[in-house]
Write a protein that binds this ligand. Structure first.
Ligand SMILES: O=C(O)[C@@H](CO)OP(=O)(O)O
Length: 247
């Protein structure tokens, strides 16, 4: 008996398209992103890997992606759970900043450290800053859990409790689970599943809009490497994410 877990990074957002650091800012899909979500649904349908339950973040780019993909796969009806714990990494004071300008201003070393170091968060975002979530009603109950910036390590710390408490039980019940989330929250989950080291995770990038399917054993360990349902597009998409800022 194996469990099926499908990971799906949201399609391109308007801020991905504009090359801006996004984090917890709640931006929608671009037209390209909606097309990617559509294609993700086609891949699920054509391979017959149809989810029984959906987990998403509380950010609309993930929610819209899941809705489009599930509609195309004729799975609109499945159970849905959402959690802030699946949100993108909070990008602190970088939220809303242009990636190319940030690279030019601070140099490649600092830029890479902010984007991909394991435990070095960007400077925190002030609560009265334009792109702060401190007054967003959807996070009103978080109290001290509300981040003002996060490293990947901090994402793992807040994401894994949800994996344990909510996602694992759905898998254990024999349901195929779709997790629709974000570049860095999915990097956190893949790091955990694949046992990737703190250093090596810097080189892992997740492309937008391509389902990544894992078969897990009864201990929730992958029985073989996760596979993208469109490997060529996934490789090209991951390379494009890695190169962001350089355009
Ligand atoms: O801006 C962001 O929130 C993320 C994902 O789009 O960017 P990066 O890949 O640079 O971590």
């Amino acid at each position: 008996m194996t469990y099926t877990l499908i990971l799906l990074r949201h399609g391109q957002s308007t801020w991905n398209q504009a090359n801006l650091f996004t984090g917890w800012v709640d931006v929608p899909l671009s037209d390209i992103g909606a097309q990617e979500a559509h294609r993700a649904g086609e891949l699920l349908a054509s391979t017959g890997i149809l989810p029984d339950v959906l987990h998403t973040s509380v950010l609309k780019r993930a929610i819209q992606t899941a809705n489009i993909a599930l509609d195309v796969a004729d799975r609109d009806w499945i159970d849905v759970r959402r959690s802030w714990r699946l949100n993108e990494r909070h990008y602190g004071a970088l939220q809303g900043k242009d990636k190319a300008q940030t690279l030019a201003e601070y140099g490649p070393e600092q830029f890479k450290s902010w984007r991909r170091s394991f435990d070095m968060p960007p400077p925190p975002l002030d609560d009265d800053a334009k792109y702060s979530q401190a007054h967003d009603p959807r996070y009103a109950t978080l109290g001290d859990d509300l981040p003002r910036t996060e490293s990947l390590k901090l994402v793992i710390d807040r994401m894994l409790p949800y994996w344990e408490s909510d996602i694992k039980p759905d898998l254990a019940s024999g349901r195929r689970v779709l997790v629709t989330a974000h570049g860095n929250s999915l990097r956190a989950l893949v790091k955990h599943l694949d046992g990737i080291s703190d250093g090596d995770i810097a080189d892992l990038n997740i492309p937008t809009g391509i389902p990544l399917v894992y078969e897990l054993d009864e201990n929730f360990a992958p029985v073989k490497p996760g596979r993208y349902l469109d490997p060529d597009a996934a490789a090209a998409g991951a390379a494009a994410v890695a190169a962001q800022g350089k355009k």
